[in-house]
Write a protein that binds this ligand. Structure first.
Ligand SMILES: C[S@@+](CC[C@H](N)C(=O)[O-])C[C@H]1O[C@@H](n2cnc3c(N)ncnc32)[C@H](O)[C@@H]1O
Length: 250
């Protein structure tokens, strides 16, 4: 009998432990790594480039600054950050999936960028001293970590005073009509296109389910504030399909 979409969604959402979620997430990204960029562009109609540019603009970096991009994947944000901080600055791209990091390294080399280092590591336990970075970004990664609060506490620790935390993530559309259309697209169309092209159908069933499970814009703001960011703020992009949360370390 054919497995239903709901059953597949349940299977990926009901991962019993943090270790199980980490193993699952790593296996998904290692399998889809080679097709990740093309699918991102296809399934977001190219919008992810605009969302990422806007996120980096909010980081408000200057030449010579240092930035960390966690859950860096194939390195899109790291590339944009590297251009902002220039040759006197430094960017670190961190991920726990070797296959994604390898692609990031190739892309960054092809872009002629020399101020970016790559670190294999877990966003929940950053191996950097306190107050190391002017900005920490995370793009479409927070949804995948096992403990969001822990990651924000780590981001807060490694930021310099006045440093900025930028979290770009899929979120919850604000208009009910738009949400219904978006749900149809993300639960019915996206998994089929994504599954067909990536040959990993689970991955693109996991995506809409993980978005639905992810805290709302206001809930995420509170999580950031509890992690130490005095007054976190957010803005919705594309009707709330995506939200960017900004926290400044006081
Ligand atoms: C959806 S991709 C996002 C990639 C990239 N930031 C972008 O915006 O296109 C999520 C990435 O987060 C990484 N990731 C998930 N959980 C992680 C963790 N706990 N520590 C480090 N990387 C993690 C995955 O390996 C994957 O490369």
């Amino acid at each position: 009998m054919e497995e239903t979409d709901v059953k597949r969604g349940d299977r990926v959402n009901n991962l019993a432990s943090a270790e199980e979620k980490e193993r699952y997430v790593k296996s998904i990204f290692s399998t889809i790594a080679k097709r990740y960029d093309v699918l991102n562009t296809l399934l977001s109609f190219g919008l992810h480039h605009h969302w990422k540019k806007f996120a980096v603009k909010l980081a408000n970096l200057s030449p010579g600054d240092t930035a960390l991009d966690i859950c860096s994947g194939t390195g899109d944000l790291a590339i944009l950050l590297s251009k902002k901080v220039g040759s006197r600055g430094k960017v670190v791209a961190l991920d726990f999936c070797q296959e994604m990091l390898k692609l990031a390294q190739e892309k960054i080399k092809a872009a002629g960028i020399i101020n970016c280092n790559f670190v294999y590591g877990n966003a929940e336990e950053l191996k950097f001293p306190a107050e190391s970075f002017n900005a920490v970004t995370v793009g479409f990664g927070m949804r995948n970590v096992a403990h969001i609060d822990k990651v924000f506490r780590e981001i807060h620790r490694v930021l310099k005073p006045n440093g900025k935390a930028i979290c770009l993530e899929f979120s919850h559309p604000t208009s009910p009509i738009f949400r219904t259309l978006y749900d149809f697209y993300s639960f019915k169309i996206l998994p089929r296109i994504g599954g067909f092209i990536s040959r990993k159908s689970d991955a693109y069933f996991y995506l809409p389910n993980s978005i639905r499970e992810f805290p709302s814009q206001d809930e995420l703001k509170i999580i950031m504030e509890k992690a130490g960011f005095g007054e976190a703020r957010y803005c919705n992009l594309t009707g709330g399909i995506v939200a960017i949360h900004l926290g400044i370390k006081s």
